[in-house]
Design a protein around this ligand. Structure first.
Ligand code: GDP
Ligand code: ZN
Length: 317
């Protein structure tokens, strides 16, 4: 019957994206969905490999065969995406409407990579998502290793949770922080992401390696994303796509806004558009000299600033 009306329409949340296949939960069940042509060709979506992401609220049409067709995207509060420098200007959307980005690192095997943490934190803060750093494998860390990380992020506003999936240190704090929120898990292979999450949610069995990029840097594997929902409402989003990415869509002049400790001292800079690099009379550089801002973290900022300036130069050449 061509009763083509409202009752065939529903709204739901995307909880899985595998290449061009989407799963939408309508509050009762999961529905396999496709994108309807209209949404695929919409101009503003052109720069994205996928126009919609896990966590997006969408409007869709129930089809007779049990599948669904996504016809519209409802407003987002934020969007976490990644874009490689080398590639064309297209952007991979990873997840939307997030509360937290949990950056998972380990003290050893593999060692912590603060530049990676800083890039993710900048990305998250720019999108109004809270970044939290989880330092795992605390059982392997010397006191010096722990102090180095704490010193690096002093006054940075970044919340740090120290854990060991091996001896359960910090697992309760981690669980408490995650409860009731929607969190994107970010960390490259080997840091203990699966071990940690499985020790909190025993029934979850995080299937990280199933969708990891073991087969190489497949374009589609990096856009595979799953959201796991717990009974208490906690939502965890996992994707291999957050392992590496560049920051490209940030203007060099605004980068300092995403380093919380810098924003506190910027009113002391002589120039209102100070990039805290070469300018005289810089409130941030003063704090680096006096040890209030960690020098290594400042160097990480300079590094990011340089790559953003380089990117802009190439773009307008
Ligand atoms: P993933 O790739 O991030 O999901 O990492 P896995 O959970 O698969 O863990 C990678 C390796 O690190 C495994 O051999 C784990 O047993 C080990 N591992 C995970 N967490 C810890 C930890 O807290 N301490 C130690 N010593 N090893 C850990
Ligand atoms: Zn300055």
């Amino acid at each position: 019957m061509s009763n083509s009306s409202q009752e065939n329409l529903g709204t739901g949340i995307i909880n899985k994206v595998f290449g061009l296949y989407y799963t939408v939960n309508d509050g009762q069940k999961d529905i396999a969905c496709f994108l309807k042509g209209k949404i695929r060709i919409n101009k503003e979506f052109k720069k994205f490999t996928n126009p919609v992401a896990v966590g997006d609220n969408v409007k869709f049409q129930y089809n007779d065969d049990g599948s669904g067709s996504i016809i519209d995207l409802l407003p987002r509060s934020n969007l976490f995406s990644r874009r490689d420098k080398g590639r064309n200007a297209r952007e991979d959307v990873i997840a939307a409407n997030l509360d937290v980005v949990l950056v998972i690192q380990s003290f050893l095997d593999p060692p912590v990579n603060p530049r990676f943490v800083d890039r993710l934190a900048v990305r998250a803060i720019k999108e109004n998502i809270e970044p939290v750093l989880c330092m795992n494998k605390a059982d392997l860390a010397t006191e010096e290793m722990t102090n180095t990380v704490i010193e690096y992020y002093k006054n940075s506003g970044l919340k740090i949770i120290i854990t060991s999936a091996l001896n359960m240190q910090g697992i309760d704090s981690l669980k408490k922080m995650l409860t009731g929120k929607r969190t994107l898990l970010a960390g490259y292979s080997g840091v203990g992401k699966s071990s940690l999450i499985n020790s909190i949610y025993q029934d979850l069995n995080l299937a990280v390696s199933d969708i990891s990029d073991k087969t190489g840097k497949g374009r589609h594997t990096t856009t595979n994303v799953i959201m796991y929902k717990q009974k208490d409402g906690t939502e965890l989003i996992d994707s291999p796509g957050v392992r590496e990415f560049g920051l490209v869509d940030i203007e060099p002049e605004e980068l300092g806004n995403f380093f919380y400790e810098f924003t506190q001292y910027r009113s002391d800079c002589t120039f209102s558009n100070c990039t805290h690099e070469h300018e005289p009379g810089c409130g941030v550089k003063d704090r680096v000299e006096s040890g209030i801002v960690c020098r290594e973290r400042y160097v990480s900022y300079l590094n990011m600033l340089e790559s953003l300036l380089e990117y802009r130069e190439q773009k307008y050449r």
